[in-house]
Design a protein around this ligand. Structure first.
Ligand code: PHE
Length: 479
């Protein structure tokens, strides 16, 4: 049944490319550098890498296993037992909320891409805006909403048409091209005066941010959230991918390659943005706008002229496509959760209608993010901290009340995803301790590091998740 109705990946390579394509997106290019920038640079990097090893890889393996075992996506939990259904619903809610701000950012990359294109063809519409173009765009509420709508519409149209072919084709071409342009920009930035400080910020051992122990937990929480987001964990997405993986494929190997490639892209983005900040005088801790603010300086002030326009156009074009391959996956999880449920009830689901309803709902939920100028104050819509008359969290690490984006981030990355990961780990560690191992051994593969993974699911991941959740609750109530 699985073969006919849901299809399987033609090749291991196709599977890998699709899961890598969904993993690599704005999380790597936009999220990782700005979170590293406001959370102590090197200290954040070290914690992030440790988390990916200790928790990211085992969680990815667990999700692939769950998906292949049950042959379904977020519905996997309900299939194991009615009792676990709620974990599935939590997982399905995250992509909904994440896509609402993801599409705002995807829309912004499209706008930058078109902005450079307009300059290339000679209509100097944005001259004089210089690096201020970003600030100008944020306060241009109509444009922000329009580009949010465009990004959602493009995502929806692709999802309506059924999805795998599209994702596979896109990812195969775009990911390598993105890698090449990142390396090109990294080399350019390296030649700029002042770049060295950026590398120091990222790679020179420095834990001064931990002088205050509470900031250790803050950085841990931010890094954990980033890991979930970037690896697309705890959203049912890898469960869905696993369900398409055929039994003879080496699941364990894939669960290592995907996080590994994803981390390489995050590091590349960091090595592009941190030195760009030091060379062009952008504050590392600038927050969610860091990617745009620093890259505008590189293209307009650093490269300048036609070269800057062309490279800027190519860069944003590729980032936009990478963002779209991820948004497709996000909308697909939402749509598939309803489609699968209706199929299970014996109904004949209308896939197009379901995608349309989700797209509209996500657009509406995304409006506050498009309208508060990412919390820079005085925008069409007030940021949560302004509404509540509080101070912006600012220094150290992102606070939930900084802007609507951070608020949505807190609900998903901060609470629901660690909670989902906690429950899944406990389930696979204690209740169904054989599931992951059996899936990994399918097709005659050996399950490596069995002892480690057992401890990871039973103890290590639960402890990390409890700390993250506790820190989140504390940060929320201490305000
Ligand atoms: N991992 C993607 C990124 O880093 C975001 C994403 C999450 C995509 C979940 C699909 C599903 O940009």
């Amino acid at each position: 049944m699985q073969e006919n109705k849901r299809g399987q990946w033609g090749s291991s390579f196709g599977f890998l490319m699709a899961s890598i394509g969904s993993a690599i997106g704005l999380g790597n290019l936009w999220g990782f550098p700005y979170k590293m920038g406001s959370s102590g640079g090197f200290a954040f990097l070290v914690i992030y890498l440790i988390l990916v090893l200790l928790a990211g890889i085992p969680l990815m393996m667990a999700e692939f296993s769950l998906g292949r075992k049950t042959g379904t996506g977020v519905g996997a939990y309900a299939k194991l037992s009615e009792k676990y259904k709620v974990i599935g619903w939590m997982a399905a809610f995250c992509p909904f909320l994440i896509l609402s701000f993801y599409a705002v950012l995807a829309g912004m990359t499209l706008r930058y891409c078109l902005g450079f294109l307009v300059q290339i063809v000679g209509f100097d519409g944005f001259s004089g805006q210089g690096s201020g173009f970003f600030g100008f765009l944020l306060y241009d509420t109509k444009a922000m909403v329009l580009f949010l709508a465009l990004a959602m519409a493009i995502t929806m149209i692709i999802v309506m048409g059924g999805v795998q072919g599209g994702i596979e084709k896109f990812s195969k071409a775009v990911m390598p091209a993105l890698g090449v342009i990142l390396i090109g920009i990294i080399i350019f930035v390296a030649t700029q005066e002042g770049a060295a400080d950026g590398y120091k910020f990222m790679f020179k051992p420095d834990f001064t941010i931990f002088a205050d122990p509470s900031s250790f937990f803050g950085v841990l929480k931010t890094a954990a959230g980033q890991m979930f987001f970037s690896l697309s964990l705890a959203m049912g997405i890898n469960i869905t991918f696993g369900s398409y993986l055929s039994k003879e494929k080496n699941l364990q190997k894939n669960a290592v390659i995907v996080p590994f490639s994803d981390t390489i892209f995050a590091l590349l983005a960091g090595m592009m943005i941190m030195p760009a900040c030091s060379a062009f005088g952008v504050d590392y801790g600038a927050g969610p706008g860091l990617l745009f603010a620093s890259m505008q300086k590189v293209f307009l002030d650093g490269m300048g002229g036609m070269v800057g326009n062309v490279v800027g156009f190519l860069f944003y074009f590729l980032v936009f496509i990478a963002a779209i391959t991820s948004s497709i996956a996000l909308l697909e999880v939402c749509t598939a959760s309803v489609v699968d449920r209706q199929l299970a009830k014996g109904k004949d689901p209308n896939r197009k209608k379901i995608s349309l309803i989700f797209a509209i709902a996500i657009f509406i939920v995304g409006l506050p993010t498009a309208m508060d100028a990412l919390g820079s104050g005085g925008a069409a819509l007030k940021a949560p901290f302004e509404l509540l008359g509080l101070e912006a969290g600012g220094a150290g690490y992102a606070m939930w009340n900084d802007c609507w984006l951070d608020f949505y981030d807190m609900i998903t990355e901060g609470v629901l995803m660690p909670l989902g990961a906690l429950l899944m780990s406990l389930l696979l560690g204690w209740k169904l301790p054989k599931l992951v191992q059996e899936e990994c051994e399918e097709g005659g593969h050996t399950f490596k590091f069995a002892g480690y993974f057992k401890v990871a699911y039973r103890i290590i991941i639960p402890i990390i998740m409890v700390i993250v959740l506790y820190t989140q609750i504390q940060a929320f109530f201490n305000l």
